[in-house]
Design a protein around this ligand. Sequence first.
Ligand SMILES: [Zn+2]
Length: 380
Amino acid sequence: MKPLDLPGGTGFKHFNRGTTKSLPKFRKCNLFLMIVIESLPKIGMDLMKFSYLHLMPRPAPKRLPKLTRRVGRVDRGAAFFVALLCLFLASCDSMNSESADPDEKNTDTLLYDGTWTVGWPQLGHDGKPYESERFIAFSEMSSQASRQSVANIAEEALDDILSILGVMYDEFTFLPSYTSRKIHIMADWNQMAQSGLAYRDGFIMRALDSPRYQSAGYTLESYRRVLQHELTHVTEFLLIGNPARQQANDVWLREGFANYGARHHRIQTVDELDAWQAKNANVPGGGNPIGIHVWANFPQSVIANNTTIEYYGFFELASRYLLDANGNGTTIDDLKAMYEDLGNGMLFWTSFENRFGMTISYYEANWWELMRTYLASSQG
Ligand SMILES: [Zn+2]
């Protein structure tokens, strides 16, 4: 799983933007030809019908002058010839269609007015979204059934997240301009299968019916998990409310809570914790998740090797501890209170200390010991 969301830039490596607005000229030319060729069967059939009807032997109207009748016959002959040519070209195209690029799309017809296009990837949609109770699922090429599927998965995931958070949908703060009060989904045909991207009003996910998704060995279960991770980010932004403050918390807690919201509690044993510590003994920061305040805090080798995802399990463990009465003794209500603080402009470190009863520095310095005790008691 490579959820990628809101990184300070580097995470976009995972995000395959696919086709953009500016296609090279020769591809545009190809698209034009494809459209022309695709319409050939209909043109051909119409012309066949026309020429058949008009070539049937019947008495020429007496009142027509000779010249007109002759010209008419020449025209009908030409029409019949053009019709045959059209049908021939169309049949050539259908023989070649299997080798056509399945990712090809006519970007000239796409709309770029989705909420994700504001400061986020410029992915177009076809203006025919599927709407469910709380979601609007856009896509550029996905079938309507597939848009409906992703919206249904999102509806289920949202119910689960709301139950974890203990909030009602009405409590979310949408932007005043965002009158639909529905969360947007962009089901992108070209995006890498195992990644997603959350933004203020919604998230971008792989289109379920894309051949690239089908061939990635990706399961519906892992798809649901990534979706719920991204949707947890969105609910966090909507609870913080103030768009300028939506990333005021640290990366470790933002990504950790997104995995927590997806019920992805990967790290369960002291052995797993020990193995991670040993593996990172010579890595800057030693693998301590609390040291990852901003994206640039990831060690260079981790960024270079695209292995930031390995930290996510420990981000989640650090978050789980804070939300567990048997861990830090604080709960999800403290986290929600912290979101409110952040929305009101309070510094993350100040709010964290107020709500969770320790400083970030203390948590970082004592993290290994606290987790070892916590995991040992959970196991035992
Ligand atoms: Zn994330």
